[in-house]
Design a protein around this ligand. Structure first.
Ligand code: MRU
Length: 368
């Protein structure tokens, strides 16, 4: 995507010798655009854990490049053991997004058949790059399929702006490029369909306010930031035509884990007959799991993220302030699960389908 007229992905290899991975430091956005170097698998783990990089697709890509860095670090004598341990460390960083384990396992499979550590290092670089490139291609295809849906809605409101509500950031910052939930929005905007996005602020980390608002602005898409709890009110008053979110894990039967608060938006959308669409690449599916409400591991993060809020002061200083009494306890669940029955459509790179096992398997017959 373009940032101040220059094209960026969210992760890439630096220079010709490609021994360093570079990422956009998302903890600094929207106040500063800074690039961070990752030299080791330990640094890749920290970048994921501290949410320097975040979002299901990007976490997966960072894990893949993390495995590449591990392959560079691994001593020949203990190559396989080192790589396996690196995979365990990467997978332990964040539990909810399916893409993380998917990427680590794919890297391990790719390296398993290499004839020597040196061959495996080359293979690791190629496979990590392939995962990143596929992520971009899948997001582009999600945009194509999602555009058809938006065109249908636009036909029912000729000449009027379509209001789309999104939660958190499933934009290009959450992937290698383009995004999942934002892909159809960018495609519609670029095709000249008048769209306007309601951006949920997405407490406690405020990915909507700090990331989605920033990237929509970079792309010139009209948008308005709203408090997390405003969505239901807007839907009751006919001000939302479509809710579209990303997902961190979608089970075989269509239950979708996404940023905490998504379930409440889905309930409000259902009550107001607003279509609730979940966009995801196939790497986010967990075909081994059925009941997402019971089984998807929900990350619980540091409660300080709820008690404190960061931002930029009038004088330009980045600061955190506590928003509750000193002694107030807090809890901080990162995700919730929207049951399939509340989801109107899933959109992935292979097309669009209902959120149930039979429909999903028509797009993924090899998983039957
Ligand atoms: O905690 P995060 O920022 O890594 O959470 C990921 C998200 O931004 C959302 O849940 C998103 O909608 C899905 S990621 C494509």
């Amino acid at each position: 995507m373009m940032v101040d007229q220059q094209h960026y992905r969210t992760i890439w290899l630096k220079g010709d010798d490609a021994r360093v991975v570079q990422v956009i430091d998302q903890t600094r956005l929207p106040h500063a655009f800074e690039i961070l170097d990752l030299h080791t698998v330990a640094e890749a783990c920290l970048a994921i854990r501290h949410m320097t990089v975040r979002g299901a697709g990007l976490i997966g890509a960072c894990a893949a490049f993390g495995m590449y860095l591990a392959a560079l670090e691994a001593p020949d004598a203990h190559f396989v053991a080192f790589l396996e341990q690196a995979g365990v460390q990467l997978q332990a960083t964040r539990p909810t997004a399916a893409n993380l384990a998917w990427a680590v396992q794919r890297m391990l499979r790719a390296l398993a058949t290499a004839a020597s550590p040196q061959a495996a290092r080359l293979r690791a670089r190629q496979e990590a790059q392939a995962i990143a490139d596929e992520d971009v291609d899948h997001c582009r295809r999600i945009g194509v399929h999602g555009l058809a849906l938006i065109e249908g809605l636009a036909r029912s409101k000729p000449g009027q702006t379509l209001n789309i509500l999104t939660h958190c950031n499933a934009g290009w910052l959450a992937f290698v490029d383009i995004g999942s939930a934002t892909a159809p929005i960018y495609a519609a905007h670029d095709a000249g369909i008048p769209v306007h996005v309601w951006v949920d602020e997405t407490r406690p980390r405020n990915q909507g306010a700090s990331l989605t608002a920033w990237e929509l602005d970079q792309h010139g898409v009209p948008h308005t930031l709203i408090a997390d709890n405003a969505g239901g009110h807007l839907m009751q008053h006919g001000l939302v035509d479509l809710v579209i979110t990303g997902a961190d894990r979608v089970t075989r039967n269509g239950d979708a884990a996404n940023k905490i608060g998504t379930y409440l938006k889905a309930l409000a959308a259902h009550d107001n007959r607003v279509p609730m669409v979940v966009a995801l690449p196939s790497s986010t599916f967990d075909f081994a799991m059925r009941d997402g409400v019971t089984n998807i591991p929900i990350e619980e993060r540091d409660a300080e993220e709820v008690r404190w809020m960061g931002g930029r002061t009038e004088s330009g200083v980045l600061e955190s302030v506590r928003i509750c009494p000193q002694s107030t306890p807090a809890r901080n669940w990162g995700f919730d699960v929207t049951p399939a029955r509340l989801i109107s459509k899933l959109v992935c790179e292979r097309g669009m389908c209902d959120a149930n096992e039979a429909a999903i398997l028509t797009l993924f017959p090899e998983q039957a």
